[in-house]
Design a protein around this ligand. Structure first.
Ligand SMILES: Nc1ncnc2c1ncn2[C@@H]1O[C@H](COP(=O)(O)OP(=O)(O)O)[C@@H](O)[C@H]1O
Ligand SMILES: [Mg+2]
Length: 184
């Protein structure tokens, strides 16, 4: 299996406005950051990689899979949007469990994954709080947990440090996405 993302000749238009200009980029295994001013096109590129935006031209593969194979791409990518919100009236653990059920993870495995992810992102002590009662940083960590729920090969986080006070909470989550079988 190929462990890289390849982007060739990618352009993106919103109507007549061009947001991405002929991107050629290979992202190797490991952590990779996109830096750029507001409006540079970071979110646009990430949404395309997560198969949220449809690619119109150029070619993209994620771990060898062409981006057009959307179901496979979604199964292998976890995505945390810049502005993340979910089920405000559910408890944090219920919300994760519910999302896991929606993506078809069987009950026993789902409970184990939810428990382990809540520990990993340091939300174990807050798991019974309603989602709307979580702080900005807690919400962000819950977002990382939901992005990792289906054990993706690739984790895509838009504005990764936004709202995070304890950087190590996200750091450990990102590392585990790189080596999901290591059990760390
Ligand atoms: N849904 C949209 N409709 C029209 N223009 C958009 C839309 N989303 C983003 N843009 C424009 O595309 C450019 C890139 O935006 P974006 O990818 O959000 O940049 P970044 O994440 O780097 O701040 C900006 O000029 C932005 O105004
Ligand atoms: Mg953005």
């Amino acid at each position: 299996m190929e462990h890289r993302i390849t982007i060739e000749h990618m352009n993106k238009f919103y109507g007549r406005k061009q947001a991405l200009f002929d991107i050629d980029l290979t992202i190797e295994q490991g952590m990779f950051g996109l830096l750029g001013r507001n409006g540079a096109g970071k979110t646009t590129l990430m949404k395309t990689l997560a198969a949220i935006h449809k690619k119109k031209n150029g070619s993209i593969t994620v771990c060898g899979v062409p981006i057009e194979r959307e179901r496979e791409i979604r199964a292998m990518t976890g995505y945390l949007p810049q502005e993340f919100s979910m089920y405000p009236n559910m408890r944090a653990d219920e919300a994760l469990d519910y999302l896991g059920a929606l993506s078809g993870i069987p009950g026993a495995e789902r409970r184990k994954r939810v428990d382990s992810l809540l520990r990993k992102v340091n939300l174990d002590a807050h798991r019974h709080k309603k989602v709307r009662q979580l702080s900005g940083g807690m919400m962000r960590r819950l977002g990382i947990a939901q992005a990792l729920l289906h054990d993706p090969k690739v984790l895509i986080v838009d504005e990764p440090t936004a709202g995070l006070i304890r950087r190590n909470a996200s750091g450990s989550a990102i590392c585990s996405a790189r080596s999901p079988k290591a059990g760390s």
